[in-house]
Design a protein around this ligand. Structure first.
Ligand code: ZN
Length: 237
């Protein structure tokens, strides 16, 4: 991975390297440099995040209207006449992450235990069926030189979840992003999700949950840290 934080202009996320045929289509914008910017990569500010989508809303509305016709429905029906607009708006909302900046802080207390935020909700669209899968993420890290506002862990999940996704890739993207940009001693991500494409159709596996995980650093290599992480992510379940 070659993306660096050097300088004030860059795209903080690399081009996707998965082979799933889709990607984060958004081009991530660059935050303006500030006076506080000094040394990179850890100047405290990760000028990540936000999206410039190439979305054509009128074309999406036309396509939904055509879909209604193809499904044998009458788009002029009074109950359907506004449906293309609503559906297009829904898809656009689901696929557009909110813009945000990330600020990191010096780890002055030298805190080096696990920081874990549990039950972060997410709801991407399954790239195979365009139906949501929804669930919760548990994101933890063992700080290195920098720490991150806790709410920002949820923002990172939301960033990658506002996309056409598969759960495995989403899990890995969150873990990889934190490992690369925060450079902690360890990172762990667990996702639990209910896939509507499984529970509503096909095998109708209602109530089944899919669990995925990705770990780096200490949480991968140190047995007791790893055990602590997985114990805490499953506590109370
Ligand atoms: Zn699916």
């Amino acid at each position: 991975m070659t993306s660096t934080l050097a300088g004030s202009t860059h795209s903080a996320l690399p081009a996707p390297t998965d082979n799933q045929g889709t990607s984060l289509r958004q081009r991530l914008s660059v935050a303006e440099p500030t006076d506080q910017l000094v040394e990179m990569p850890h100047d405290g500010r990760l000028p990540v995040v936000g999206a410039e989508m190439t979305v054509d809303a009128p074309a999406a509305e036309r396509a939904i209207r055509d879909l209604l016709i193809a499904l044998g429905r009458d788009p002029a029906d009074e109950h359907l006449v506004a449906t293309p607009r609503r559906v297009a708006a829904s898809f656009i909302e689901l696929l557009t992450p909110e813009r945000f900046d990330l600020t990191t802080f010096a780890n002055e207390e030298r805190y080096d235990e696990l920081v874990l935020v549990r039950d972060i909700p997410f709801r991407p669209l399954c790239q195979h069926h365009l139906l949501p899968f929804h669930g919760v993420a548990h994101v933890g890290y063992v700080p290195g030189d920098r720490i991150l506002g806790l709410s920002k862990l949820a923002r990172i999940v939301e960033l990658f979840a506002s996309d056409l996704q598969v759960q495995e890739r989403l899990t890995k993207q969150v873990a990889d992003w934190l490992q690369e940009h925060l450079q902690p001693k360890g990172v762990g991500v667990v996702l639990e999700a209910d896939h509507l494409c499984m529970s509503l159709r096909g095998v109708s596996a209602t109530g089944s949950r899919t669990v995925t995980s990705a770990v780096h650093g200490l949480l991968r290599d140190n047995a007791s840290s790893r055990q602590e992480f997985f114990t805490l992510t499953h506590a109370g379940r």
